[in-house]
Design a protein around this ligand. Structure first.
Ligand code: SF4
Ligand code: SF4
Ligand code: SF4
Length: 378
Protein backbone atom coordinates (compact mmCIF):
# COMPACT_ATOMS: atom_id res chain seq x y z
CA UNK A 1 0.00 0.00 0.00
CA UNK A 2 2.70 2.49 0.91
CA UNK A 3 4.41 1.64 -2.41
CA UNK A 4 1.31 2.91 -4.17
CA UNK A 5 1.30 6.04 -2.00
CA UNK A 6 4.93 6.79 -2.79
CA UNK A 7 4.09 6.41 -6.48
CA UNK A 8 1.31 8.99 -6.16
CA UNK A 9 3.49 11.44 -4.29
CA UNK A 10 6.29 10.94 -6.82
CA UNK A 11 3.88 11.82 -9.63
CA UNK A 12 2.86 15.05 -7.89
CA UNK A 13 6.47 16.04 -7.18
CA UNK A 14 7.51 15.37 -10.78
CA UNK A 15 4.50 17.37 -12.05
CA UNK A 16 5.41 20.25 -9.75
CA UNK A 17 8.67 20.60 -11.70
CA UNK A 18 9.48 20.67 -15.37
CA UNK A 19 12.11 18.01 -15.87
CA UNK A 20 10.81 14.67 -17.14
CA UNK A 21 11.99 12.44 -14.29
CA UNK A 22 11.08 8.77 -14.65
CA UNK A 23 9.04 7.50 -11.71
CA UNK A 24 11.22 4.55 -10.90
CA UNK A 25 12.58 2.71 -7.88
CA UNK A 26 15.44 5.18 -7.43
CA UNK A 27 13.09 8.14 -7.18
CA UNK A 28 10.88 6.21 -4.76
CA UNK A 29 13.94 5.36 -2.63
CA UNK A 30 14.80 9.07 -2.40
CA UNK A 31 11.25 9.87 -1.31
CA UNK A 32 11.31 7.05 1.25
CA UNK A 33 14.24 8.79 2.94
CA UNK A 34 12.72 12.26 2.70
CA UNK A 35 9.04 11.69 3.46
CA UNK A 36 7.42 9.56 6.16
CA UNK A 37 4.10 7.72 5.79
CA UNK A 38 1.98 10.34 7.61
CA UNK A 39 3.38 13.04 5.38
CA UNK A 40 2.58 10.90 2.34
CA UNK A 41 -1.11 10.90 3.24
CA UNK A 42 -1.07 14.64 3.73
CA UNK A 43 0.56 15.27 0.34
CA UNK A 44 -1.76 12.85 -1.47
CA UNK A 45 -4.90 14.45 -0.03
CA UNK A 46 -3.68 18.00 -0.55
CA UNK A 47 -1.62 18.36 -3.70
CA UNK A 48 -3.65 17.26 -6.69
CA UNK A 49 -3.18 19.23 -9.91
CA UNK A 50 -2.67 22.50 -8.03
CA UNK A 51 0.65 22.82 -6.21
CA UNK A 52 0.43 26.27 -4.56
CA UNK A 53 -2.29 26.44 -1.95
CA UNK A 54 -3.46 28.70 0.85
CA UNK A 55 -4.22 27.34 4.31
CA UNK A 56 -7.97 27.55 3.63
CA UNK A 57 -7.53 25.49 0.45
CA UNK A 58 -5.42 22.92 2.29
CA UNK A 59 -8.04 22.63 5.06
CA UNK A 60 -10.74 22.00 2.48
CA UNK A 61 -8.71 19.43 0.58
CA UNK A 62 -7.21 17.57 3.54
CA UNK A 63 -10.09 17.81 6.01
CA UNK A 64 -7.46 18.32 8.71
CA UNK A 65 -7.32 20.81 11.57
CA UNK A 66 -5.18 23.90 11.16
CA UNK A 67 -2.77 22.85 13.90
CA UNK A 68 -2.15 19.43 12.32
CA UNK A 69 -1.67 21.01 8.90
CA UNK A 70 0.89 23.50 10.15
CA UNK A 71 2.76 20.74 11.96
CA UNK A 72 3.02 18.69 8.75
CA UNK A 73 4.01 21.73 6.72
CA UNK A 74 6.72 22.70 9.16
CA UNK A 75 8.20 19.22 8.98
CA UNK A 76 8.04 19.08 5.15
CA UNK A 77 9.48 22.59 4.79
CA UNK A 78 12.46 21.54 6.91
CA UNK A 79 13.11 18.81 4.34
CA UNK A 80 12.81 21.17 1.36
CA UNK A 81 9.58 19.50 0.18
CA UNK A 82 7.23 22.47 0.76
CA UNK A 83 8.00 26.18 0.27
CA UNK A 84 6.06 28.24 2.82
CA UNK A 85 6.22 31.97 2.15
CA UNK A 86 3.65 34.73 1.58
CA UNK A 87 2.62 35.76 -1.93
CA UNK A 88 2.64 39.37 -3.20
CA UNK A 89 -0.62 40.07 -1.40
CA UNK A 90 0.92 38.91 1.87
CA UNK A 91 -1.16 35.69 1.96
CA UNK A 92 0.77 32.65 3.10
CA UNK A 93 1.07 30.09 0.31
CA UNK A 94 2.29 26.51 0.66
CA UNK A 95 3.90 25.22 -2.52
CA UNK A 96 4.88 21.63 -3.18
CA UNK A 97 8.44 21.79 -4.49
CA UNK A 98 9.78 19.74 -7.40
CA UNK A 99 12.64 17.33 -7.01
CA UNK A 100 15.16 19.72 -8.56
CA UNK A 101 15.36 23.31 -9.90
CA UNK A 102 14.57 24.33 -7.18
CA UNK A 103 13.45 21.70 -4.70
CA UNK A 104 14.48 18.78 -2.55
CA UNK A 105 17.84 18.24 -4.28
CA UNK A 106 19.01 21.79 -3.61
CA UNK A 107 17.67 22.13 -0.06
CA UNK A 108 18.87 18.69 1.02
CA UNK A 109 22.46 19.59 0.20
CA UNK A 110 22.41 23.34 0.94
CA UNK A 111 22.51 23.02 4.70
CA UNK A 112 25.53 22.23 6.84
CA UNK A 113 26.33 18.57 6.23
CA UNK A 114 26.73 15.98 8.96
CA UNK A 115 28.03 13.37 6.48
CA UNK A 116 25.41 11.03 7.93
CA UNK A 117 24.53 7.71 6.30
CA UNK A 118 21.20 9.15 5.13
CA UNK A 119 22.89 12.14 3.50
CA UNK A 120 25.40 9.89 1.74
CA UNK A 121 22.70 7.46 0.66
CA UNK A 122 20.50 10.19 -0.77
CA UNK A 123 23.47 11.62 -2.72
CA UNK A 124 24.19 8.18 -4.21
CA UNK A 125 20.51 7.79 -5.12
CA UNK A 126 20.39 11.22 -6.80
CA UNK A 127 23.46 10.27 -8.83
CA UNK A 128 21.79 7.03 -9.86
CA UNK A 129 18.60 8.91 -10.78
CA UNK A 130 20.50 11.45 -12.90
CA UNK A 131 22.23 8.59 -14.73
CA UNK A 132 18.83 7.03 -15.39
CA UNK A 133 17.46 10.36 -16.65
CA UNK A 134 20.48 10.58 -18.94
CA UNK A 135 19.57 7.21 -20.45
CA UNK A 136 15.96 8.31 -20.99
CA UNK A 137 17.05 11.58 -22.62
CA UNK A 138 19.56 9.79 -24.87
CA UNK A 139 17.04 7.17 -25.97
CA UNK A 140 14.31 9.74 -26.76
CA UNK A 141 16.48 12.73 -27.58
CA UNK A 142 14.70 13.79 -30.78
CA UNK A 143 11.31 13.68 -29.09
CA UNK A 144 12.48 15.50 -25.95
CA UNK A 145 14.42 18.26 -27.72
CA UNK A 146 11.31 20.34 -28.68
CA UNK A 147 10.18 20.16 -25.05
CA UNK A 148 13.52 21.59 -23.92
CA UNK A 149 13.28 24.26 -26.62
CA UNK A 150 9.97 25.42 -25.18
CA UNK A 151 11.58 26.11 -21.79
CA UNK A 152 12.67 29.62 -20.81
CA UNK A 153 16.36 30.03 -19.86
CA UNK A 154 17.08 28.27 -16.55
CA UNK A 155 19.56 30.90 -15.45
CA UNK A 156 21.10 34.21 -16.44
CA UNK A 157 24.83 34.77 -16.51
CA UNK A 158 26.08 37.96 -14.91
CA UNK A 159 29.54 38.89 -16.13
CA UNK A 160 32.53 39.61 -13.93
CA UNK A 161 33.00 43.32 -14.48
CA UNK A 162 35.67 43.88 -11.86
CA UNK A 163 39.24 44.75 -12.86
CA UNK A 164 41.15 41.91 -14.49
CA UNK A 165 44.26 40.33 -12.98
CA UNK A 166 46.39 42.85 -14.91
CA UNK A 167 44.64 45.58 -12.87
CA UNK A 168 42.78 47.02 -15.87
CA UNK A 169 39.06 47.70 -16.17
CA UNK A 170 37.32 45.18 -18.40
CA UNK A 171 36.00 47.24 -21.28
CA UNK A 172 32.39 46.86 -22.23
CA UNK A 173 31.28 47.96 -25.66
CA UNK A 174 27.90 47.85 -27.31
CA UNK A 175 27.75 45.21 -29.97
CA UNK A 176 25.07 45.95 -32.50
CA UNK A 177 25.84 42.73 -34.29
CA UNK A 178 24.62 40.39 -31.59
CA UNK A 179 21.74 38.61 -33.15
CA UNK A 180 18.83 38.08 -32.80
CA UNK A 181 17.89 41.37 -31.17
CA UNK A 182 15.59 40.78 -28.24
CA UNK A 183 12.98 42.86 -26.53
CA UNK A 184 14.89 45.04 -24.09
CA UNK A 185 14.19 44.37 -20.45
CA UNK A 186 16.20 46.32 -17.92
CA UNK A 187 18.04 43.62 -16.03
CA UNK A 188 20.62 44.21 -13.37
CA UNK A 189 23.90 43.38 -15.08
CA UNK A 190 26.33 43.92 -12.28
CA UNK A 191 26.56 41.81 -9.13
CA UNK A 192 27.23 44.85 -6.96
CA UNK A 193 24.01 46.52 -8.19
CA UNK A 194 22.19 43.26 -7.65
CA UNK A 195 23.33 43.00 -4.05
CA UNK A 196 22.35 46.63 -3.46
CA UNK A 197 18.83 45.90 -4.74
CA UNK A 198 17.87 43.67 -1.84
CA UNK A 199 17.35 44.40 1.84
CA UNK A 200 17.60 40.81 2.95
CA UNK A 201 20.40 38.54 1.77
CA UNK A 202 21.14 35.02 2.97
CA UNK A 203 23.89 32.58 2.13
CA UNK A 204 23.64 28.81 1.89
CA UNK A 205 26.17 26.18 0.95
CA UNK A 206 26.78 25.29 -2.67
CA UNK A 207 24.51 22.24 -2.93
CA UNK A 208 26.26 20.96 -6.04
CA UNK A 209 29.65 20.88 -4.32
CA UNK A 210 28.11 19.43 -1.13
CA UNK A 211 26.45 16.71 -3.20
CA UNK A 212 29.83 15.88 -4.73
CA UNK A 213 31.48 15.96 -1.28
CA UNK A 214 29.01 13.30 -0.15
CA UNK A 215 29.93 11.22 -3.19
CA UNK A 216 33.62 11.60 -2.20
CA UNK A 217 34.25 13.55 -5.41
CA UNK A 218 35.23 16.97 -3.98
CA UNK A 219 35.40 19.97 -6.30
CA UNK A 220 38.66 20.28 -8.20
CA UNK A 221 38.18 23.99 -8.83
CA UNK A 222 37.54 25.51 -5.40
CA UNK A 223 37.32 24.88 -1.67
CA UNK A 224 34.60 27.52 -1.30
CA UNK A 225 31.34 25.95 -0.12
CA UNK A 226 29.20 28.72 1.42
CA UNK A 227 28.47 30.84 -1.67
CA UNK A 228 24.85 30.55 -2.80
CA UNK A 229 23.20 33.91 -2.15
CA UNK A 230 19.43 34.21 -1.90
CA UNK A 231 17.22 37.28 -1.63
CA UNK A 232 13.83 38.30 -0.26
CA UNK A 233 11.40 35.39 0.21
CA UNK A 234 14.04 32.82 -0.69
CA UNK A 235 16.36 34.30 1.95
CA UNK A 236 13.55 34.07 4.51
CA UNK A 237 12.81 30.48 3.55
CA UNK A 238 16.36 29.19 3.72
CA UNK A 239 17.06 30.86 7.05
CA UNK A 240 13.75 29.82 8.64
CA UNK A 241 14.39 26.21 7.62
CA UNK A 242 18.02 26.23 8.77
CA UNK A 243 19.48 25.85 5.24
CA UNK A 244 21.42 29.12 5.40
CA UNK A 245 22.05 32.32 7.35
CA UNK A 246 21.41 36.05 6.93
CA UNK A 247 24.48 38.06 5.96
CA UNK A 248 25.39 41.72 5.49
CA UNK A 249 25.91 43.35 2.08
CA UNK A 250 29.63 43.54 2.84
CA UNK A 251 29.84 39.80 3.41
CA UNK A 252 27.83 39.12 0.26
CA UNK A 253 30.20 41.29 -1.78
CA UNK A 254 33.21 39.51 -0.31
CA UNK A 255 31.72 36.13 -1.25
CA UNK A 256 31.22 37.38 -4.80
CA UNK A 257 34.76 38.73 -5.02
CA UNK A 258 36.27 35.51 -3.64
CA UNK A 259 34.18 33.57 -6.14
CA UNK A 260 35.47 35.69 -9.03
CA UNK A 261 39.04 35.11 -7.93
CA UNK A 262 38.32 31.36 -7.88
CA UNK A 263 37.10 31.54 -11.50
CA UNK A 264 33.47 30.84 -10.61
CA UNK A 265 30.58 31.94 -12.82
CA UNK A 266 27.86 34.25 -11.48
CA UNK A 267 24.41 32.98 -12.39
CA UNK A 268 21.20 34.72 -11.39
CA UNK A 269 17.89 32.93 -10.99
CA UNK A 270 14.53 34.70 -11.29
CA UNK A 271 11.10 34.04 -9.80
CA UNK A 272 9.48 31.29 -11.93
CA UNK A 273 12.40 31.64 -14.39
CA UNK A 274 10.73 34.83 -15.60
CA UNK A 275 13.35 37.45 -16.39
CA UNK A 276 10.81 40.23 -15.92
CA UNK A 277 10.49 39.25 -12.27
CA UNK A 278 13.00 39.81 -9.46
CA UNK A 279 16.04 37.66 -8.89
CA UNK A 280 15.61 35.01 -6.19
CA UNK A 281 19.27 34.09 -5.91
CA UNK A 282 22.73 34.29 -7.35
CA UNK A 283 24.94 31.25 -7.58
CA UNK A 284 28.69 31.19 -8.07
CA UNK A 285 29.26 28.10 -10.11
CA UNK A 286 32.20 25.86 -10.77
CA UNK A 287 32.44 23.95 -14.01
CA UNK A 288 33.37 20.82 -12.08
CA UNK A 289 30.26 20.31 -9.90
CA UNK A 290 27.51 22.70 -11.03
CA UNK A 291 24.48 20.61 -11.97
CA UNK A 292 23.62 22.68 -15.07
CA UNK A 293 27.18 22.41 -16.41
CA UNK A 294 27.33 18.73 -15.56
CA UNK A 295 23.92 17.94 -17.04
CA UNK A 296 24.98 19.68 -20.24
CA UNK A 297 28.38 17.96 -20.35
CA UNK A 298 26.85 14.55 -19.71
CA UNK A 299 24.07 14.93 -22.24
CA UNK A 300 21.14 15.28 -19.83
CA UNK A 301 20.08 18.87 -20.50
CA UNK A 302 20.84 21.60 -23.00
CA UNK A 303 22.40 24.80 -21.65
CA UNK A 304 19.49 27.22 -21.51
CA UNK A 305 20.92 30.53 -20.48
CA UNK A 306 20.38 34.23 -20.89
CA UNK A 307 23.34 36.57 -21.04
CA UNK A 308 24.11 40.17 -21.80
CA UNK A 309 27.73 39.76 -22.79
CA UNK A 310 30.04 38.11 -25.26
CA UNK A 311 33.80 37.81 -24.94
CA UNK A 312 35.94 39.41 -27.62
CA UNK A 313 39.68 38.86 -27.95
CA UNK A 314 42.04 41.52 -29.19
CA UNK A 315 44.39 39.44 -31.32
CA UNK A 316 46.92 42.26 -31.47
CA UNK A 317 47.48 41.87 -27.73
CA UNK A 318 46.89 38.12 -27.22
CA UNK A 319 50.13 36.19 -26.65
CA UNK A 320 48.54 32.74 -26.82
CA UNK A 321 49.26 31.84 -23.17
CA UNK A 322 46.08 29.67 -23.04
CA UNK A 323 45.01 30.92 -19.59
CA UNK A 324 41.56 31.78 -20.97
CA UNK A 325 41.23 28.30 -22.50
CA UNK A 326 41.97 26.75 -19.13
CA UNK A 327 39.54 29.05 -17.28
CA UNK A 328 36.55 29.06 -19.67
CA UNK A 329 33.81 26.94 -18.07
CA UNK A 330 32.34 25.80 -21.34
CA UNK A 331 35.37 25.26 -23.57
CA UNK A 332 34.39 28.03 -25.91
CA UNK A 333 37.93 29.28 -26.58
CA UNK A 334 40.58 27.69 -28.77
CA UNK A 335 43.87 28.76 -30.29
CA UNK A 336 43.96 29.57 -33.97
CA UNK A 337 47.05 29.99 -36.09
CA UNK A 338 48.96 28.39 -33.23
CA UNK A 339 49.06 31.40 -30.92
CA UNK A 340 45.89 33.49 -30.98
CA UNK A 341 42.83 32.78 -28.88
CA UNK A 342 39.42 32.80 -30.51
CA UNK A 343 35.95 32.63 -28.94
CA UNK A 344 33.16 30.42 -30.22
CA UNK A 345 30.41 33.06 -30.21
CA UNK A 346 27.64 30.48 -30.40
CA UNK A 347 28.37 29.06 -26.97
CA UNK A 348 30.11 31.87 -25.05
CA UNK A 349 28.14 32.45 -21.84
CA UNK A 350 29.47 35.98 -21.45
CA UNK A 351 30.61 35.21 -17.92
CA UNK A 352 33.79 37.29 -18.17
CA UNK A 353 35.94 34.67 -16.42
CA UNK A 354 38.38 34.68 -19.33
CA UNK A 355 38.58 38.50 -19.29
CA UNK A 356 39.15 38.48 -15.54
CA UNK A 357 42.17 36.16 -15.83
CA UNK A 358 43.80 37.22 -19.09
CA UNK A 359 47.27 38.44 -17.97
CA UNK A 360 47.55 40.74 -21.00
CA UNK A 361 44.14 42.38 -20.69
CA UNK A 362 43.41 41.15 -24.21
CA UNK A 363 39.79 40.19 -23.56
CA UNK A 364 36.89 42.60 -23.36
CA UNK A 365 33.16 42.12 -23.36
CA UNK A 366 30.61 43.11 -25.93
CA UNK A 367 27.17 44.02 -24.66
CA UNK A 368 23.84 42.78 -26.03
CA UNK A 369 21.14 40.36 -24.88
CA UNK A 370 21.37 36.79 -26.13
CA UNK A 371 19.48 33.64 -25.24
CA UNK A 372 21.62 30.55 -25.51
CA UNK A 373 20.32 27.10 -26.24
CA UNK A 374 23.32 24.84 -26.47
CA UNK A 375 22.50 21.24 -27.21
CA UNK A 376 23.94 18.83 -24.65
CA UNK A 377 27.18 17.03 -25.40
CA UNK A 378 26.12 13.46 -26.18
S1 SF4 B 1 24.30 26.16 -9.13
FE1 SF4 B 1 26.48 26.76 -8.87
S2 SF4 B 1 26.77 27.82 -6.92
FE2 SF4 B 1 24.66 26.98 -7.03
S3 SF4 B 1 24.89 25.14 -5.95
FE3 SF4 B 1 25.32 24.56 -8.07
S4 SF4 B 1 27.53 24.91 -8.46
FE4 SF4 B 1 26.97 25.76 -6.48
S1 SF4 C 1 44.53 34.61 -21.67
FE1 SF4 C 1 44.69 36.44 -22.90
S2 SF4 C 1 46.76 36.39 -23.70
FE2 SF4 C 1 46.33 34.35 -22.95
S3 SF4 C 1 45.55 33.25 -24.75
FE3 SF4 C 1 43.80 34.10 -23.71
S4 SF4 C 1 43.44 36.06 -24.68
FE4 SF4 C 1 45.48 35.42 -25.23
S1 SF4 D 1 34.70 32.69 -23.58
FE1 SF4 D 1 34.24 31.30 -21.90
S2 SF4 D 1 35.08 32.31 -20.08
FE2 SF4 D 1 34.95 33.85 -21.68
S3 SF4 D 1 33.00 34.87 -21.37
FE3 SF4 D 1 32.66 33.24 -22.86
S4 SF4 D 1 32.03 31.47 -21.64
FE4 SF4 D 1 32.93 32.93 -20.21
Amino acid sequence: MSEEKYQKVAQSIVKAGRLPFPINNTLLEILRILIDEDELDFIIKTYKRKFSLTLAEIKKRSGMEEEQILYKIESLAKKGVIFNQPNRQGIMVYRLLPLIMVGSFEYTFMKTLKFSDDEKEIAVLFKKLFDEVKEVVHSKYDAILPVFKSFPPIDRTIAILDKNVAGNEIEISINMEIDPPEEEILLTQNVVDLINKFEKIAVGHCFCRHYKDLLSEPCKQTNIRENCLTFGKSANYITEQGFGRIISREEALKILKDSEDAGLVHKAFHVHEDLTKDETSICNCCFDCCATFEFWREGVLPMMNSTNHLAEINKEICIGCETCIEKCPINSISLIDGDKAEVNKDICLGCGVCAHFCPEGAINLLKGRRTLFIEPLV
